[in-house]
Design a protein around this ligand. Structure first.
Ligand code: ZN
Length: 138
């Protein structure tokens, strides 16, 4: 069993009005990052659909220096129409994320919920305030 200390939230850096499904993401990770699978453990599409990526027992590929001890969740979206970082979460995505975090915190009560930007300040990812979730699921 891996020790999980972090639940890291990401966005796919996709512009508003554009789609980038879990399958698109998986193909990109396999093609460009030379992964054998999607780098995240969960992917939440704009319609709220939760897609399971890598099994949690497997180390992901989503956050430099923090993959070995984390779970990676990615939300489709994150950029506005002009390609600037923006909170593009849909209501359906928010509901799915809440459910997922609640489940994961039951399984991993000591894991801290963080945004990618908190581990790498050069990234805006996931382009919304993740501390809200940390307050809800401390
Ligand atoms: Zn990220």
């Amino acid at each position: 069993m891996r020790t999980i200390t972090l639940i890291i939230i990401h966005c796919s850096a996709t512009r508003e009005g554009k789609r980038y499904t879990a399958e698109d993401c998986k193909l990109d990770h396999i093609g460009h990052k030379h992964c054998t699978d999607i780098g995240y453990h969960f992917y939440i599409e704009k319609d709220g659909k939760k897609v399971e990526g890598r099994p949690i027992e497997q180390v992901g590929a989503h956050c430099l220096h923090h993959n070995s001890h984390s779970i990676g969740i990615c939300l489709e979206g994150g950029y506005n129409k002009d390609g600037e970082p923006a909170d593009t979460r849909t209501g359906a995505q928010m509901i799915t994320l809440m459910e997922l975090l609640s489940e994961l915190k039951e399984q991993y009560p000591h894991a801290l919920i963080v945004g990618h930007y908190e581990l790498n300040p050069e990234k805006p990812c996931p382009c919304f305030d993740v501390s809200e979730y940390r307050q809800l699921f401390p």
